[in-house]
Design a protein around this ligand. Structure first.
Ligand code: 5U1
Length: 683
């Protein structure tokens, strides 16, 4: 056996093993090996594919990394429309659907399948010759967006299926963010000054429809497939239930709570069980879906407009309650926003007692005509922050008080509205809905800033929580984030603080020291620039490579970066224009906090000395973007193949003469997909 054959066999073995472990972990929830062992297999595969790119295939598990951003998604024409569902809101409506269906079929008895209606984003996955070739959104039902690259990052979606699967088929399912992941993502967004997603569906849709699939990779998305769209070339089972079972055997994740039932009474019982237990589910569900099981019956029933006659969604009641809004309170956010919130008479909503609820801004409160003292409806959707839906005007006594933020924060002594924390002046910039405290040194803002700086996703300094950061500020031991690095000089005073002993102080000081070497992305996150969260910080760190380059950039340069919009660009420019922010950065530099990526001087760039020639049309980016990516990694792009050419990248419709020359010289020829992986891996 030649070396090449052995290597190819090893690669195939690794792919099969990794896919199997991936399926056990992400689909069956039953891993067989440790994370470290799994990582070792992936690393070995990556190394081999890097050395032997000719053996890299698009369904390799290493392809789950995101790819370079695209300017827009392509359009996918669905072979059969993706339908939506009619709704039932009561047992009577459900029974009416059943009676109608029974009449149309001319049969009284037919079995049904019940499933949870997960609140996510419907997608269609097409597999050709065993490989995932296209993943698309529902769109308008007829044409969706091509989000294949993004869906490939979801580990419970198989990139390939066993050899005995139909040669061509399409599977449909719901991509969703589990509650825990949604909660984490929203906490991160709030900490970073970005608006939280209103619900898991928006969060899932926002994650899946990212033009930069590297962002999707970081979101903990999952899928449950709920039907076989179509299949060709091999017979498939003739009931929905058996098709789901079949899909499970092909490696797809099918909801274990699905049931097959044969009476509408049993459907009602299933529904009631999940109305009561929905809180226990790891995802948001807004109802159940009831489907006629036999595919032949489904065909006879057909569709009416966009909705199948053979299925219906029985929606769960909204989790809403009413209570009294005692008062509207104001807290000050990290960016100085004055945030109104409702202080409520405690009330249990869907099994959880709530005492406070979000009230977004003054305009919103006025639009909904919410008054202090009102009886209001409050709603809680899963882990979303509870919100006040609106008042119940019929319950008013006349004692209720209309809300004015400026009145609320009016300071009699000062004779003007004032920040409730520091007393500074309050402004509402033109065109904005929020009022702001004008004092950037406001203890509330500084404290939230410190909490962000030390948080896990930023500088990750363990041992400083909300209460210690408040104490450090109150005792004057720090005034801003950079002062954390001079705390060693104040060790004696730290030891004196309540609840702080020698040991915990030393641990804290060590943790601060260790944070000096965090990657640039983390430092950018830690600064708390408005609209710059973890994902954007990664883009900026990649592009600029140092804090100084970022600080001296221009609006034009920023908006030329594909994922940076004008709002983000303006916010970055405004941040670095503020003298106090520049001073903090200088203090961080003086404290030896690393303000640039570890690169050039110590390690040569990963593509140094490698020459690329590109022929044909690239799908993922323009020629110029491709050249920039190669150059950024130290490589060069030439127009003709010669003996020094390392790779010939062949896109669609490649030039015959370049291919011929490369073959003559034995130059490595790679597809665009392999090229993308190479760039990703080296970045
Ligand atoms: N579980 C499940 N969700 N869901 C959504 N099944 C299901 N089926 C759907 C939709 C829109 O549609 C088919 C019945 C066509």
């Amino acid at each position: 056996m030649t070396d090449q054959v052995q290597i190819q066999q090893r690669i195939e073995q690794l792919k099969a093993d990794i896919n199997r472990h991936n399926h056990r972990y992400h689909v069956l929830d039953n891993p067989e090996i440790s994370d470290a062992e799994y990582d070792r297999l992936v690393r070995e595969l990556k190394r081999l594919e890097e050395q032997y790119p000719q053996f890299l295939t698009p369904d390799s598990p290493t392809q789950r990394v995101g790819a370079a951003p695209v300017e827009a998604f392509g359009v996918v024409e669905h072979r059969f429309p993706l339908l939506s569902l009619g709704n039932a809101f009561s047992d009577e409506e459900l029974a009416a659907w059943h009676t109608r269906t029974s009449r149309l079929l001319g049969e009284e008895q037919f079995d049904l399948v019940c499933e949870h209606k997960i609140d996510g984003l419907a997608v269609a996955l097409t597999y050709i010759d065993g490989r995932l070739t296209t993943g698309a959104t529902r769109g308008d039902g007829f044409r969706g967006e091509n989000i294949t690259q993004n869906l490939k990052t979801i580990r419970s979606i198989p990139l390939s299926v066993p050899g005995d699967a139909p040669p061509r088929f399409e599977v449909r399912g719901e991509v969703f963010l589990p509650k825990a992941g949604f909660h984490r993502l929203n906490q991160e967004r709030v900490r970073e000054g970005q608006p939280p997603f209103a619900n898991p569906r928006n969060a899932a849709a926002g994650s899946v429809r990212q033009l930069d699939s590297r962002i999707t990779t970081r979101r903990p998305l999952d899928i449950c497939v709920y039907m076989l769209g179509w299949a060709e070339g091999r017979p498939v089972p003739d009931t929905h239930w058996d098709q789901l079972d079949y899909l499970k055997s092909l490696g797809f994740k099918v909801n274990p709570d699905n049931v097959r039932l044969d009476s509408i009474k049993q459907v009602e019982e299933y529904y009631r069980r999940w109305v009561d237990d929905r809180e226990s589910l790891p995802y948001e569900a807004d109802g159940i879906v009831v489907k006629v099981n036999a595919i032949e019956r489904q065909g006879r029933l057909g569709n009416i407009g966009h909705e199948p006659r053979w299925a219906i969604a029985y929606k769960f009641p909204a989790v809403e309650e009413t209570t009294v809004l005692k008062e509207i309170g104001i807290n000050v956010g990290r960016t100085g926003t004055l945030n109104p919130y409702a202080i409520l008479e405690p009330v249990a909503v869907g099994g959880v007692t709530i005492k406070q609820a979000a009230l977004h801004n003054e305009d919103d409160i006025r639009r909904k005509d919410i008054r202090e003292g009102d009886r209001v409806t409050v709603r809680r959707a899963g882990d979303v922050i509870p919100e006040v839906v609106g008042p119940i005007p019929g319950k008013r006594t006349g004692e209720e008080k209309e809300f004015s933020l400026l009145e609320k924060v009016f300071d009699r002594e000062k004779g003007r509205p004032a920040c409730p924390v520091c007393g500074a002046e309050v402004v509402r910039p033109e065109g904005e809905v929020m009022y702001y405290c004008t004092n950037t040194a406001c203890p509330a803002q500084v404290q939230h800033g410190i909490e962000l700086f030390v948080s896990r996703g930023a500088m990750d300094i363990r041992g400083i929580g909300e209460s210690l950061s408040a104490t450090l500020l109150a005792e004057g031991l720090i005034g801003n984030i950079a002062d954390l690095y001079s705390l060693r000089e104040k060790r004696e005073q730290l030891v004196e603080l309540e609840k702080m002993g020698e040991k915990s102080v030393d641990n804290l000081l060590d943790a601060i020291d260790q944070s000096r070497d965090r990657p640039l992305t983390r430092v950018i996150i830690a600064l708390g620039i408005r609209h710059v969260g973890g994902e954007m910080a990664g883009v900026l760190a990649n592009h600029f490579g140092s804090m100084d380059r970022l600080a001296d950039t221009t609006r034009e340069e920023l908006v030329a970066i594909p994922s940076v919009g004008p709002k983000i660009a303006d916010s970055i420019i405004a941040f670095f224009q503020q003298a106090e922010n520049r001073q903090v950065i200088e203090k961080l530099r003086a404290a030896r906090v690393r303000l640039e990526e570890k690169t050039a001087e110590s390690v040569p760039l990963p593509l140094a000395g490698q020459e690329f020639v590109i022929t044909g049309r690239l799908e993922a980016f323009s020629r110029q973007q491709a050249e920039e990516r190669v150059k950024a990694l130290g490589g060069s792009v030439k127009s003709n193949v010669n003996r020094n050419t390392t790779y010939l990248v062949a896109g669609a419709d490649p030039g015959g003469s370049k291919l011929a020359r490369a073959r003559e010289l034995g130059t490595k020829e790679i597809t665009e997909e392999v090229f993308l992986v190479l760039l990703e891996e080296k970045a």
